[in-house]
Ligand binder design. Structure first.
Ligand code: PMP
Length: 292
């Protein structure tokens, strides 16, 4: 197998050489931000949207990224070229960098920038047809006043606790509610429900990441003239929906067939979900930054 090259602070190093300091506050405190991006047939899908979200997250947590937007774009392109990657997953990480054991970020001299590209282990085509089993969990989504879920931070403990709960329940995904009991998102995906032909997704202010796949689906729905609403809803609405699906960079558009023991619709991916998955897959190699 060809060598995997990792971008680490301006250098290309092997996986074995790709190490950061144990004093990096990304490691000590989860202090940093990241993006998960995909390249489809040589096209970095929605590259601009991902970099905008990265730079917005950085601004929000007052993290200075040591690369300009253009330099970051170039670093992504070079990493993909080095790895001869046409189709795969890109993980872009900016951590606060090495400081001391105190949590004060002023002690960290320079942010670390890491880009890892890998083949993606995605769900089987079978899973896209059958859908996932999901459970709601008792752990609530971080409230926006504490750590705004719109920031794609390295601090994923909230999501990890939720994943542990869904693993224990033998489910493939979790549904997270906010402190008021409204549905927000999955542990790593946004959520949509379909009822009587109307597609609804929770507004992100309730406590969800502004997912780029979510936005792409909203735009597809608008273009096709499908009825779409961004409105709060509860677990009851999920249980009685005709279809439920999740969206995310890795998962794309995947159906949920069962939630807390309630079978959703016909118990497999419904027609709206499958149509949107097809529409989504038809744009992924066009809308973005061409590398090859
Ligand atoms: N919510 C959370 C918590 C996530 O981690 C992700 C994955 N990045 C998403 C939603 C989906 O976002 P996107 O479509 O931008 O991948």
């Amino acid at each position: 197998m060809a060598e995997q090259w990792i971008y680490l602070n301006g250098q290309f190093v092997t996986k074995e050489q790709a190490t950061v300091s144990v004093y990096d506050h990304g490691f000590l405190y989860g202090d940093g931000i990241f993006e998960g991006i995909r390249i489809y047939n040589g096209n970095i899908f929605k590259c601009k949207a991902h970099l905008n979200r990265l730079y917005d997250s950085a601004k929000s947590i007052m993290l200075e990224i040591p690369l300009t937007y253009e330099e970051m774009e170039q670093a992504l392109v070079e990493t993909l070229r080095r790895n001869e990657m046409r189709d795969g997953y890109i993980r872009l990480i900016v951590s606060r960098g090495a400081g001391n054991l105190g949590l004060d970020p002023n002690r960290c001299e320079k942010a670390s920038v890491i880009i890892i590209v890998e083949q993606l282990a995605i769900y089987s085509e079978e899973a896209y047809k059958n859908g996932l089993k999901a459970v709601s969990v008792s752990t609530r989504r971080n409230i926006p006043d504490a750590l705004n879920p719109k920031i794609k931070s390295l601090n994923y403990l909230n999501n990890i606790l939720v994943k542990i709960q869904s693993n224990l329940a033998g489910a493939g995904e979790a549904i997270m509610l906010n402190a008021q009991g409204y549905v927000t998102e999955g542990s790593g995906d946004n959520i949509f429900i379909v009822k009587n032909g109307v597609i609804t997704t929770p507004p992100c202010y309730l406590g969800a990441l502004e997912g780029i796949t979510r936005q792409a689906i909203i735009e597809i729905c608008e273009k096709k003239g499908l009825k779409l609403k961004e409105e709060p809803f509860t677990l009851h609405d999920v249980y009685v929906a005709d279809e439920v699906f999740l969206t995310g960079t890795a998962a794309e558009v995947i159906a949920v067939r069962e939630v807390d023991g309630r079978i959703i619709g016909g118990g497999s991916a419904g027609p709206v979900t499958l149509e949107l998955l097809e529409d989504f897959r038809s744009i992924v190699d066009q809308d973005g930054l061409k590398v090859w």
